[in-house]
Design a protein around this ligand. Structure first.
Ligand code: FES
Length: 97
C-alpha cells in the first residue's frame, strides 16, 4: 500500500504517478479512483496517454480510459490497482515488491 499524497493534489485526470521504477495513470471513475500501470500487457511496451484513450505505440493496442480494457485487440486489459481515500490521502494497493 502506497500513499499517493493528498486527494486535493490531483486536479487533472489521468494523472501520471511515478513510484520507484514504475509509472501509472491515476484515473477517476464513477466508482472512485484507480491506478493503471503503463506497462503494456502485450509485450511490456510503454503505454501513453493518447487523449481519448491509452495507447501502446509498440503494436498499437489501445485501452479504454476508465478501466484499461483493450479496445482493439484480444481480451486484455491494463494492470490496475485499487485506490482508496483515507484521511484525505489516496492510498494505492500496489504490491511493495
Ligand atoms: S507491447 Fe504493447 S501493443 Fe505490443
Amino acid at each position: 500500500m502506497i500513499d499517493l499524497g493528498p486527494e486535493t493534489g490531483f486536479e487533472k485526470f489521468p494523472a501520471q504517478v511515478d513510484w520507484g521504477d514504475y509509472s501509472f495513470f491515476l484515473v477517476r471513475t464513477k466508482q472512485g479512483y484507480k491506478l493503471l500501470s503503463n506497462v503494456c500487457p502485450h509485450h511490456g511496451g510503454e503505454i501513453v496517454d493518447w487523449g481519448t484513450c491509452f495507447m501502446c505505440p509498440d503494436h498499437g493496442w489501445r485501452f479504454e480510459p476508465e478501466d484499461g480494457e483493450c479496445i482493439n485487440g484480444p481480451n486484455a486489459r491494463m494492470w490496475s490497482y485499487e485506490v482508496t481515500v483515507r484521511d484525505g490521502h489516496l492510498h494505492a494497493d500496489v504490491p511493495s515488491d
